[in-house]
Design a protein around this ligand. Structure first.
Ligand SMILES: C[S@@+](CC[C@H](N)C(=O)[O-])C[C@H]1O[C@@H](n2cnc3c(N)ncnc32)[C@H](O)[C@@H]1O
Length: 304
């Protein structure tokens, strides 16, 4: 089958299920070989600061009933533009509503995203079907456990892994923070979990989550080109008055699995957080957990 006839989604009954996908992964631009991306020096400067802010746009999915934890298309675009050239291949192992695929389509990059939930994969396909861009790249959503990604992609074909994994089992509890209560938010006292599937990383305690994430990323490492980047978006969280440092667990685990940490970028979310409430006053100082998240930039070290 030629690249032109690839489907938008691969489900269990598809002929591509757990087969290599004939998707493009080589540059279609005319940039110099040693360039990291297609950016001009002026565009590059915008990315130089270590703290970034983004806004949502009309196409972003912000309805938590549709998907509880999406990142903005503009953030996804920045990461893809920074670490790939046109025509190269981006992989999102936890693709959710398909934000990475939409951004890749905007930027003419090939992309494959994976998610356990069939409903999210169908949502990805719907979003892609409404985008009519006349570029040559392809974006595909696959319904499968991220552990199986090496069955779909060739070694050293991937130029960027970009994702936001589920956050240990911290979504797997009733939401009752004050700002939600004040806004009469209908998520108040609801569980915002993706699923109760035991393969879902969001159902695991931090320790099990970290090992399961490490197992997935260890299998992904051979798929990356040498010096290709892998960017992981995670927050830290408060849980029962303790700070859960998810970013520390992820950094230590990925280093142990052969990745090298290159940059730590702060995604400053102060421009998009909901109303700021008073937490802990007057005796217990706690920062509002949602005001920033980490963008942990790793790469596959080169062989030499
Ligand atoms: C934080 S969300 C990703 C949201 C995405 N960045 C977006 O903008 O829509 C994490 C996703 O990982 C999926 N997931 C959890 N465990 C998985 C696994 N083992 N394999 C593949 N997907 C998994 C969940 O279903 C959830 O949709």
């Amino acid at each position: 089958m030629s690249e032109a006839t690839l489907p938008l989604a691969i489900l269990k009954e598809s002929e591509f299920y757990r087969q290599k996908i004939p998707i493009g992964f080589t540059r279609t631009c005319s940039c110099e070989d040693n360039h990291l991306n297609c950016m001009t020096a002026k565009e590059w400067i915008k990315c130089q600061l270590g703290v970034w802010q983004f806004s949502y746009e009309g196409r972003d999915i912000r309805d938590k009933k549709v998907h509880p934890a999406t990142f903005p298309i503009s953030l996804s675009r920045r990461i893809i533009e920074l670490f790939t050239h046109k025509g190269e291949l981006v992989v999102d192992p936890f693709v959710g509503s398909g934000t990475t695929l939409v951004a890749a389509r905007d930027l003419d990059r090939n992309a494959v995203g994976f998610d356990l939930q069939e409903s999210y994969i169908k949502l990805c396909a719907e979003r892609l079907a409404t985008e009519h861009l006349f570029n040559q790249s392809q974006q595909i959503a696959v319904c499968d456990d991220a552990l199986h990604i090496p069955e779909y992609l060739e070694p050293q074909s991937v130029s960027l892994i970009w994702t936001s994994p589920p956050y240990a089992n911290l979504l797997n509890r009733k939401r009752k923070n004050k700002s939600r209560r004040d806004r009469k938010n209908n998520q108040y006292m609801k569980i915002e979990q993706y699923s109760q599937d035991p393969r879902d990383l969001g159902t695991m305690e931090l320790e099990g989550f970290t090992i399961a994430l490490g197992d997935i990323f260890e299998r992904l490492l051979p798929l990356l080109k040498p010096k290709a980047h892998c960017v992981i978006n995670v927050p830290d969280m408060w849980w029962q008055n303790e700070r859960i440092t998810i970013h520390v667990s992820v950094i230590e685990e990925l280093r142990a699995r052969g990745y090298e940490l290159r940059n730590t970028i702060i995604w400053d979310r102060t421009n998009i957080v909901n109303k700021i409430g008073i937490f802990g006053w007057p005796s217990n100082y706690i920062t509002m957990g949602t005001t920033f998240e980490y963008l942990l930039d790793f790469w596959r070290p080169s062989a030499d």
